[in-house]
Design a protein around this ligand. Structure first.
Ligand SMILES: NC(=O)c1ccc[n+]([C@@H]2O[C@H](COP(=O)([O-])OP(=O)(O)OC[C@H]3O[C@@H](n4cnc5c(N)ncnc54)[C@H](O)[C@@H]3O)[C@@H](O)[C@H]2O)c1
Length: 259
């Protein structure tokens, strides 16, 4: 540990597995105090207790980010347990992939409720404390879907485009109040979500090989590689980085097509 996040009291959503869990582990190594949120009660308790046993300064609560009231009280409880929240990582998100005209209202609502409104609920809950305090930093986990489109993944990219819009909007609104708001855009990352995506194809191994081939380096990211970028963006090492997006995709999104 080199203490890059000492003094940061960070609210992290979707922290029970995948990118969120890797972020929590990396933040703890850098000396942060954390309050972890996930809607998966069992998995969150298991992971958070293991991190606590290892000496991490952690509080946690099973909660759904789509419930604004629950999130507001979770932020109040987090402040009691670990101190005033001065950093937020909006990581919880779900894939909702369809063909536009086949997308049901339920799918549309679930996609925007979690991927956009849920992130806003958390921003709305932490921002007053940041503005009235000594400032803060918000990191929205977006995606390369925030600025590119893959056919048949509707409406997920729309929600991620909007998350990027919210990042820019809030970053501008509160810059003079010492609050930075940025987005991090991963490409494919090796989490359960991606394994589920491969398993949705008749031949999952072929789908996996296709995904690897799309990447200039022939592989996808590990959750830890995304977490390393998140440490930098939450830390005080980039104080003038605001209202922008850092892409961490191994070069995927700048390639016109694979060779
Ligand atoms: N895995 C990828 O390839 C990839 C690529 C780009 C962006 N992302 C984004 O990164 C983030 C994390 O993805 P991941 O692959 O680690 O996902 P994951 O499915 O492995 O983990 C997501 C976690 O969020 C929790 N969650 C989902 N909805 C929630 C809700 N309403 N309230 C509280 N918790 C909720 C889940 O229970 C789960 O533990 C997402 O926002 C996703 O869109 C992922």
């Amino acid at each position: 540990m080199s203490g890059r996040l000492v003094g940061k009291n960070i609210f992290v959503t979707g922290a029970a597995q995948g990118i969120g869990l890797a972020i929590a582990k990396a933040f703890l190594r850098e000396g942060a105090s954390l309050f972890l949120i996930d809607r998966d009660h069992g998995l969150l308790a298991e992971q958070a207790e293991a991190l606590k046993q290892a000496g991490g300064k952690i509080g946690y609560l099973a909660a759904d980010i789509t419930d604004a009231k629950v999130i507001a009280s979770a932020v109040a409880r987090a402040a009691d347990e670990i101190g005033p929240i001065n950093a937020l990582v909006n990581n919880a998100g779900v894939n909702v992939f369809s063909e536009p005209l086949e997308t049901s209202d339920e799918e549309w609502n679930r996609c925007f409720d979690i991927n956009l409104k849920g992130a806003w609920n958390c921003c709305k809950a932490v921002l007053p404390g940041m503005i009235d305090g000594t400032g803060g930093v918000i990191l929205n986990i977006a995606s390369t879907h925030a600025f590119t489109i893959i056919p048949h993944t509707f409406p997920y990219p729309l929600a991620k485009h909007a998350l990027l819009g919210m990042t820019k909007s809030l970053g501008l609104e509160y810059a003079a109040r010492n609050v930075r708001v940025n987005a991090l855009a991963p490409g494919y990352v090796a989490t359960q979500k991606v394994i589920d995506y491969w398993n949705s194809f008749p031949d999952p191994d072929a789908a996996k090989a296709e995904t690897m081939k799309l990447h200039p380096g022939g592989r996808i990211a590990s959750p830890e590689e995304i977490a390393m970028a998140a440490v930098f963006m939450i830390s005080d090492e980039c104080p003038f980085m605001n209202a922008t997006c850092l892409t961490v995709d191994g070069g995927l999104s700048v390639q016109q097509h694979p060779a």
